[in-house]
Ligand binder design. Structure first.
Ligand SMILES: Cc1cc2nc3c(=O)[nH]c(=O)nc-3n(C[C@H](O)[C@H](O)[C@H](O)COP(=O)(O)OP(=O)(O)OC[C@H]3O[C@@H](n4cnc5c(N)ncnc54)[C@H](O)[C@@H]3O)c2cc1C
Length: 378
């Protein structure tokens, strides 16, 4: 069963109407697509792996497998990982990986007093993390209902709450790494309170592969959706709802995290590890493993499943400061480009798919769908 806008609106508050601000139309034209990026979400049916392992004298703390929620959960998951690492009272810590999880682990280990070196094949701009949509979606593709580890729901909530607090520290900074935006859901689309709202459609396809949904337990962190009269907006739609969501401007957030890491004395070494024994040979007593999907090959973790995802970016329009969900197309007004993402196949779209080749036709179709909402495109 597809989650309908009507169902979402049924839960909307209509008592106090807050007028919509003047909303600039999006220039939804395929010739404005300047980038199409594909990445594989590092999904584990049990949930992320955050635990220790001994490699001889070396304490390895794993911190990988965050599916579609790696940015959202990064600080909370890395807080747990760094607590495990610091139990050994190291003066030096090696972090393997320079994506969202690696950088937040490295930063937190520095704050805990350790000297930190990041070893990674790629720096952030080349990682999966750089190709994410950039929304606060902490339970997007994070575990399977029937396979989540015992007690994971409580661990997830703790991670989500801890992350939320840390992301707030990046609001209002130069470059706007993090900001709040209004997001509109227009009839014909699936309102996206979190990405997991379309889990219902995947449940209908194959119950054994239903993604876990935990957002209810942190309802207090995000405002409710409210209905808005369609004629108070520029959208050609019959029903419109508005919510507020936290957005990560990935380019600026990554840049800020990298700069802060180096300013605090962090070191970066390019390295491509073929086996855990090469990591043990680094000579560091404590290592935090943040290799994302790379852990499947490096740590032979065959429970990691790739979930392919694609985003297209339209030339930025600084005057557009709102997001949109319309007919399974999500638009996010990131500062480094208007992100357009199709989720026509539901949350399970791309499950098990390792194809990282961009699909131009999919991107153009999403932009044409978005264009339906505007009477004229400038
Ligand atoms: C289309 C799409 C949209 C998404 N949208 C969102 C969103 O809106 N919000 C959200 O919270 N999340 C989102 N995600 C999920 C998020 O991008 C991931 O969960 C997150 O990027 C994982 O980060 P990571 O640091 O674990 O892995 P990565 O970013 O992949 O980093 C892994 C690091 O490890 C290194 N590495 C790997 N193997 C080795 C090796 N053998 N030797 C040396 N180095 C190695 C890599 O070079 C890299 O530096 C999205 C994902 C996709 C695909």
């Amino acid at each position: 069963m597809q989650t309908s806008l009507a169902a979402a609106l049924a839960g909307c508050s209509t008592t106090s109407f807050e007028p919509a601000p003047a909303l600039a139309p999006i220039r939804a034209r395929t010739d404005r697509i300047f980038d199409i990026a594909v990445c594989l979400r590092p999904f584990r049916p049990a949930g992320p792996r955050v635990e220790t392992e001994r490699l001889g004298d070396v304490l390895v703390v794993h911190n990988y497998g965050h599916g579609g929620s790696g940015w959202s959960l990064s600080w909370g998951s890395s807080t747990r990982a760094v607590q495990l690492a610091m139990q050994a009272s190291p003066t030096e810590v090696a972090v393997i990986g320079c994506g969202a999880l690696g950088l937040t682990s490295a930063t937190l280990a520095q704050r805990a007093g350790a000297r930190v070196t990041i070893y990674a094949r790629d720096q952030l701009p080349e990682t999966t993390s750089a190709r994410a949509t950039g929304e606060w979606t902490p339970d997007s593709r994070i575990a399977l209902v029937n396979a989540a580890a015992p007690g994971f729901a409580a661990v997830w909530e703790e991670m989500a709450r801890a992350s939320f607090k840390r992301h707030r520290d990046y609001l209002g900074l130069p470059g706007t790494p993090v900001e709040w935006i209004d997001q509109y859901a227009v009839s014909g689309g699936t309102p996206r309170i979190t990405q997991s709202t379309d889990a219902a459609s995947s449940n209908a396809i194959e119950p054994a592969l239903a993604f876990a949904s935990y957002a209810r337990s942190i309802r207090d962190l995000t405002p409710r959706w409210r209905s808005v009269p369609a004629d108070a907006t520029p959208f050609k739609g019959t029903s419109v709802a508005r919510g507020e969501i936290m957005v990560f401007n990935i380019a600026d957030y990554g840049h800020t995290l990298m700069n802060d890491f180096f300013i605090a004395g962090g070191q970066f070494r390019r390295a491509d590890f073929r086996s855990p024994s090469q990591i043990a040979a680094l000579g560091k007593r404590v290592v935090i493993n943040c290799t994302g999907y790379g852990a499947r090959a490096l740590w032979k973790d065959e429970t990691l499943v790739p979930v392919r995802g694609q985003i297209a970016r339209l030339i930025p329009q600084p005057e557009v400061r709102y997001g949109l969900v319309y007919r399974h197309v999500l638009t996010v007004p990131r500062r480094d480009g208007l992100v357009v993402q199709s989720f026509a196949g539901g949350e399970r779209q791309g499950y098990g798919d390792t194809n990282e080749a961009p699909d131009r036709a999919e991107a153009e179709q999403a932009v044409r769908t978005l264009a339906e909402l505007f009477t004229t495109s400038a």
